[in-house]
Design a protein around this ligand. Sequence first.
Ligand code: FMN
Length: 170
Amino acid sequence: MQAALIPETDPALYRKALGCFATGVAVVTTVTAAGAPVGLTVNSFSSVSLEPALVLWSLRRQSSACEIFSQASCFAVNLLQSAQEDISTRFASRGAEKFEGLRIRHGLDGVPLLPDCVAAFECRTVRTHIEGDHLLFIGRVERFTLHPDTEPLIYCRGAYARRQSGVHCT
Ligand SMILES: Cc1cc2nc3c(=O)[nH]c(=O)nc-3n(C[C@H](O)[C@H](O)[C@H](O)COP(=O)(O)O)c2cc1C
């Protein structure tokens, strides 16, 4: 067992400990004022409240998407399925062509919705909050879709896992 106090701890060890919390993987999307689609891979998504339906995700303040998401009134959370590891990798990159070749639909205020996701939540931003090096977004869910027969993509200890084969985190 390794024990460490936060101020002295090795940041890599701290990240390693946080990475033991297995999550799903989502691509959060929005549109710029000029109508260009924007999106990035996140695993900071969580539900905040059921009544009203509120969700939360957090964005690194140094992200190139920070200003766009701050100015947008809506966002969509597209929960990836197990076969969409490539989509996760694509939207975690810095490329400008993230949406190329994807059959997107347009949701609330023109927000892009990705195809073949397990679920998608279309949200109106109700609050943003700067905390440390991240910007938190709280959104009210106005519409959602669900494909109950698909398996979600799982992320744990820096690697993807699939439920069918068991969540084997290394
Ligand atoms: C599984 C996974 C989860 C991620 N979760 C987040 C997150 O919650 N918030 C965030 O800001 N970045 C997260 N990232 C990193 C962003 O996807 C990545 O920094 C971004 O797409 C790069 O573009 P940018 O630096 O131009 O913003 C995650 C990446 C991966 C692979």
